[in-house]
Design a protein around this ligand. Structure first.
Ligand SMILES: Cc1cc2nc3c(=O)[nH]c(=O)nc-3n(C[C@H](O)[C@H](O)[C@H](O)COP(=O)(O)OP(=O)(O)OC[C@H]3O[C@@H](n4cnc5c(N)ncnc54)[C@H](O)[C@@H]3O)c2cc1C
Length: 639
């Protein structure tokens, strides 16, 4: 056992930990900052804010993304909003309440000190973004407007219509562009990181492949930051952009970075239901719609009447019935499971076997009028109508749960450093703050907290003390890693089998959805592990990529990512099998209360599961015990 989990959580009272820690972190003087080169992989909200902030401090930064522009990072798709404990609504919000909501929402499976720091920093994120010109929605008097998201009873979500991610990313992108213009950041678009270079136990660079001409190159640096997003596409169908993948963190894992809680994957309740096997992508309808929308199904099984013909008394507003105090705004894991439950009972609506429930804005439209609703959700309504040919102003939307966000990711300490010294991980790519279930509008908050406000301090602490011998691309470890990447790329091209990459991905996705999706059980997970191993072998024997490695070759890009998903999926299932409890999104059918709620087992499972790669042998599980000083884990109740 070589891997050691040292969370480095500072001592002292919860509310003072971060301030004290910041005061104690080592500093790099301005002249020395210029000498340090940092690689940031990813230019979404986490990566762009991190790269821009590091460059602003004076570090020399190289930033990589696989899209043609940083502006196309998946963060641009975020719709509903970003949380902050500003209490503008005077409705009882506070740093402590945001902290408590987040830790309870995550079903007490996250690190207390990290979550408190996130809540504490949240207000500053909004100030930073407003200063950049992010056009948050405002109330008539000019103050920033707020709405509510699931799992809370206050309104603390800041938003820009249904395009919050896009507007925030434009802010971070401008900050990044300023540094590109100043020569402090060198941007490498259309460049995919395919491996991490580790020299003498430290992260010292990456190996990349140009997606334009296939050139494989080595980049060395003093530290590496991964901001490469989430892995929901392991399910093939998800709300994520098609390019989202696990490759960067998986390759880093294989070089020694522990992977934490990989089975904690969020299934979002509010997505447009799939219509068949032809589909390549699912579309989210933002949770913000649950502020004004009411979720219901017919009371009677198999009721095929049009929604408008079903009288009030024959509708079941099941979330309002089951959870009267939170109603339609219960956390995502609960809303998703309950939707599945009513559909499994035969009360689902829509074509294709009734895999849908209604999200009905009728009452809000009657109360506020079309124009007010269009102001809040106009672009979401347009998107829905374009996809389904139904107007949500006239007919209730149909929604069904879909894979959306991944709480698991590379394990990081309080300084956001992985188990490989010098490798920092920010945004959705790390496991940090959301436990077993993320609350809505908290991902943008975390990505920007990491990038603008935490990493810029903590990376300096590492650089100030690390011994960093001079290194260039001729170092044997760099050359060796580069050669391994070239070899793997060649093998994919040469497999020359009969099946397309996409068919393997679809098959894996269906298996993961059935066995390691919204609910899991031991026999299903064991079966999935076996089937994944068989599918993986078949992939390497029978995949057909076509084309050349020295060209633009999208099938090759996809093949590399699917090959990694096929390895990673097995770890997800092992993690889900090992955790013999239900918590948050991880619903093990064997462990539930008589009411069908998740039954945690704090005695045995109040830990972060951090997996070590052992190269061919079964992965080794390490446990970071979760200790709670300020909150007492209790059975989550939203009744
Ligand atoms: C449809 C949708 C709506 C959402 N709405 C909200 C919301 O309203 N509020 C909220 O808080 N959260 C929301 N989320 C979640 C949130 O958008 C994401 O968690 C967040 O944007 C992730 O940001 P990130 O910077 O960590 O990663 P991303 O934005 O995914 O960026 C990843 C970056 O890494 C790069 N990259 C990845 N792998 C490699 C590689 N191997 N080599 C080189 N570059 C690589 C990519 O090119 C990209 O630049 C939503 C998610 C979805 C799917």
């Amino acid at each position: 056992m070589t891997l050691e989990l040292r969370a480095k959580t500072p001592g002292g009272p919860l509310a003072e930990k971060w301030e004290r820690h910041r005061a104690e972190l080592r500093l790099v003087n301005p002249a020395n900052k210029r000498k340090h080169h940092v690689i940031v992989v990813g230019s979404g909200l986490a990566g762009a804010s991190g790269a821009a902030s590091l460059a602003e401090l004076g570090y020399t930064v190289s930033c990589f993304c696989f899209q043609d522009s940083p502006r196309r990072a998946h963060s641009i798709a975020a719709q509903g909003g970003i949380n902050a404990a500003k209490n503008y609504q005077n409705d009882g919000d506070s740093v402590h309440r945001l902290f408590y909501d987040t830790i309870k929402g995550g079903d007490f499976r996250s690190r207390e000190a990290n979550v408190y720091r996130l809540a504490e920093i949240s207000a500053r994120i909004i100030d930073q973004c407003v200063a950049q010109g992010v056009p948050f929605a405002r109330e008539y008097g000019g103050l920033l407007a707020n709405r509510s998201f699931g799992g809370v009873q206050v309104s603390r979500t800041f938003y820009a219509r249904g395009q919050t991610g896009q507007q925030l990313l434009l802010g971070a992108y401008q900050a990044l562009c300023r540094q590109i213009g100043a020569g402090q950041v060198r941007m490498y678009p259309r460049t995919e990181m395919l491996d991490l270079v580790v020299v003498d136990g430290q992260a010292r660079g990456i190996i990349t492949r140009s997606l334009v001409d296939g050139k494989i190159a080595a980049h060395v640096a003093d530290a590496v930051v991964l901001a490469t997003g989430g892995y929901s596409n392991v399910y093939y169908l998800s709300t994520n952009a098609k390019g989202c993948n696990v490759t960067a963190i998986w390759r880093a894992h294989k070089r020694g970075a522990a992977l934490a809680n990989p089975c904690f994957t969020q299934i979002h309740p509010t997505c447009i239901p799939p219509t068949g096997h032809h589909q390549a992508k699912l579309t989210l309808m933002s949770e913000s719609l649950r502020n004004d929308g009411r979720i219901w199904v017919p009371l009677r099984k198999g009721d095929s009447r049009a929604p408008g013909d079903i009288p009030e008394a024959e509708r079941d507003y099941y979330l309002e019935r089951l959870y009267p105090s939170y109603g339609n705004l219960v956390p995502r894991d609960l809303a998703s499971r309950r939707a599945k439950e009513v559909c499994d009972e035969g009360r689902g609506v829509g074509p294709g076997g009734g895999h849908g429930v209604y999200l009905d804005l009728r009452d809000a439209i009657a109360r506020l009028g079309d124009a007010a609703i269009a102001d809040r959700y106009g672009n979401l309504f347009q998107m829905y109508e374009r996809i389904t040919a139904e107007s949500p102003y006239r007919v209730p939307m149909r929604i069904y749960p879909a894979p959306h966000y991944t709480m698991g990711g590379l394990w990081v300490d309080y300084n956001l450093m992985s188990t490989i010294p010098g490798l920092h991980v920010i945004g959705e790519a790390n496991f940090s703050d959301h436990g077993a279930n993320r609350l809505g509008a908290s991902a943008l908050m975390q990505g920007l907290a990491d990038g603008y406000f935490i990493l810029p301090y903590t990376i300096g602490d590492y650089l100030a003390q690390a011994k960093l011998p001079k290194l260039d691309a001729t170092h044997p470890a760099v050359r060796q890693t580069g050669a391994e990447v070239a070899d793997r790329t060649r093998k994919l091209i040469e497999a020359n089998g009969r099946r397309s990459v996409d068919t393997f991905h679809r098959e894996l996705g269906r298996l993961m959805w059935d066995r390691c999706g919204m609910s899991r059980n031991a026999s299903g997970l064991k079966d999935a592990i076996q089937k994944i191993c068989v599918l993986r072998e078949e992939f390497w024997n029978d995949v057909y990529v076509g084309g050349r490695g020295e060209d633009l070759n999208q099938a090759l890009e996809q093949a590399g990512r699917v090959a990694d998903f096929l390895e990673f999926a097995e770890l997800m299932c092992r993690d889900a099998l090992e955790r013999e409890e239900s918590c948050g999104c991880h619903f093990r059918e064997e462990y539930q209360t008589p009411e069908g709620e998740a039954r945690r087992d704090d005695e045995r499972f109040a830990y972060v599961a951090a997996w070590e790669f052992t190269g061919g042998k079964p992965p080794v599980l390490h446990k970071e015990a979760l200790e709670f000083e300020a909150v007492h884990p209790s059975q989550r109740s939203y009744v």
